[in-house]
Design a protein around this ligand. Structure first.
Ligand SMILES: [Zn+2]
Length: 87
């Protein structure tokens, strides 16, 4: 099974989120900084996104649909709640 992580670098450190996102878009919504990216985890090993997944990532980050933006914000709010709460 493949899952996805939102990753970012902070002062040279590589930080991944603690989720196992089922989709690239879900992981992309988890990115909190401008320099964030998504990587795949397959058989417990990190790997870079393949082209199709990278397309999905770009779509998630650059899509302009208002509906999608709302969904993304709602998702981010939900994640914040989960993080601050008792997940
Ligand atoms: Zn995440």
């Amino acid at each position: 099974m493949t899952y996805y992580l939102a990753v970012e670098t902070d002062s040279g450190c590589f930080i991944g989120c603690n989720h196992k996102h089922r989709s690239v878009i879900s992981a992309a919504a988890c990115i909190s900084s401008a320099g964030g990216y998504v990587v795949a985890v397959e058989k417990r090993r990190l790997r870079e996104l393949i082209d199709a997944e990278d397309d999905e990532f770009r779509w998630a980050m650059n899509g302009t649909g208002e509906q999608k933006e709302k969904a993304r914000r709602a998702y981010i709010r939900m994640l914040r709640l989960l993080r601050s709460g008792t997940m």
